[in-house]
Design a protein around this ligand. Structure first.
Ligand code: SF4
Length: 408
């Protein structure tokens, strides 16, 4: 059977959010609070906000956020992802991973406004799950996620069309979208009978998909997809990585027909910094150390570690660990520092010696939080995140498929 090999559109290249990822990296722990004006010197994209907010010192920002939050009362719920900086986390009503936070928001119907201190796809997910009267606000519109940005809708639709053509008559395929995707991709999954997953339930979501189809198209994180499939016993030889910059993702039609798993060529700029060499260095320093990493790390790192799991699992394991235990952790530095502070009876440190926060999460500076809250007090909704009705409908199908999975 002949297949027309489409040339990639090349409309998209490496996302800017990926290029900007190292902008906040430091050689030592120096993530002190400072006025936004000073942080604007870091060469990344920032949303412009009124100049009076940019010059405010950390103490003034803290006091004014506390005051405006008190005045807004029950009308506002502030959500903070685990990777947010401490100056933000201290003001949030709920702290968690992206999906848990969206559920938290849904549990507060009295709040007309949900201020999501996270990245763009998280605010979109909250907008998908919240009640119709609730409005979701992202304090800084430049807070994207480089992994999510690696799977632009047009490129994914081209890939899906190519796969449908190549696989016609050769069995079925289902799309599985990690939570870290734009709402449009979750909608694609809903339309095609697929499912959304988090890092906690990726294994169940993949199994659910293999129960219904011959192969899976997993996106956007190749590492989470690969690590999860390996635990299900899928052979590496049955996996291919789809490169959106090459015709047919860089494969022959025959190779795609043989594959059980097509992985989108995306990754997390934060979690792929961890290496097996860092693990070896930590083990030679502390022979009794426990190595705990996120499944967005490479499969070599995950297989060298003692344990791997979602941010929620990392928090649970470390908080419940015995006093005196030692933990080398492979996840975002703000979370690792917070776990170390909350567990002074344990030794907890980040495996990466370079202090490198998620640069897009880090763009939620307190000046942005204050600005959106004071706008709400004035009756104006700044930076509202919305999802069109068709996308909302289909995304919710894929999310509901996920919600029916057995608990991890
Ligand atoms: S840590 Fe990675 S996946 Fe999470 S928001 Fe940052 S870039 Fe995206």
């Amino acid at each position: 059977m002949s297949t027309t090999v489409r040339q990639p559109s090349r409309k998209h290249s490496v996302p800017l959010s990926e290029v900007e990822q190292t902008a906040f990296c430091r050689s030592e722990d120096d993530l002190r609070p400072q006025p936004l004006l000073d942080e604007l010197k870091v060469n990344v994209r920032w949303q412009q906000i009124p100049p009076e907010y940019q010059a405010l010192d950390p103490e003034t920002l803290d006091r004014r956020i506390t005051d405006v939050k008190r005045e807004l009362g029950q009308k506002v719920t502030i959500l903070g992802h685990h990777y947010q900086r401490e100056e933000i986390i201290k003001h949030v009503d709920f702290r968690g991973d992206s999906f848990k936070l969206s559920q938290n928001a849904a549990s507060r119907p009295e709040a007309d406004f949900i201020v999501f201190c996270g990245v763009h796809f998280m605010a979109e997910t909250a907008a998908l799950l919240c009640a119709p009267h609730q409005q979701v606000v992202l304090p800084n519109m430049a807070a994207g996620c480089s992994m999510s940005d690696m799977a632009p809708m047009d490129d994914v639709l081209d890939a899906w069309d190519d796969l449908a053509e190549v696989l016609d008559g050769y069995g079925t395929i289902l799309p599985v979208a990690y939570m870290n995707t734009a709402a449009g991709l979750k909608g694609l999954c809903g339309r095609q009978g697929g499912i959304v997953c988090t890092s906690s339930n990726a294994q169940a979501a993949l199994q659910w998909s293999y129960d219904r189809a011959d192969r899976v198209f997993f996106l956007p994180d190749q590492h989470l997809g690969r690590n999860t499939a390996l635990t299900l016993g899928v052979d590496r030889q049955d996996m291919v990585v789809w490169d959106p910059f090459k015709p047919l993702g860089g494969h022959t039609a025959e190779a795609l027909r043989r594959a059980k798993l097509v992985l989108w060529q995306g990754h997390c700029s934060v979690h792929t910094r961890f290496t097996t060499r860092q693990i070896e260095a930590a083990r030679s320093r502390f022979p009794n150390i426990n190595i705990l990493v996120h499944p967005e790390c490479t499969s070599e790192v995950v297989q060298t570690a003692d344990l791997n799991g979602s941010t929620e699992l990392i928090c649970k394991v470390i908080n419940e660990a015995p006093a005196g235990s030692i933990w080398g952790v492979g996840t975002e530095i703000n979370l690792v520092n917070r776990l170390a502070q909350a567990n002074p009876d344990k030794t907890i440190f980040c495996l990466d010696p370079v202090v490198c926060p998620c640069s897009t999460m880090y763009r939620i500076h307190p000046a942005y939080l204050l600005w959106v809250l004071e706008e709400l007090l004035e009756g104006r909704v700044a930076n509202r995140i919305t999802v069109d009705e068709d996308t909302r409908h289909h995304s919710r199908i894929a999310l509901e498929n996920m919600l029916r999975l057995p608990s991890p």
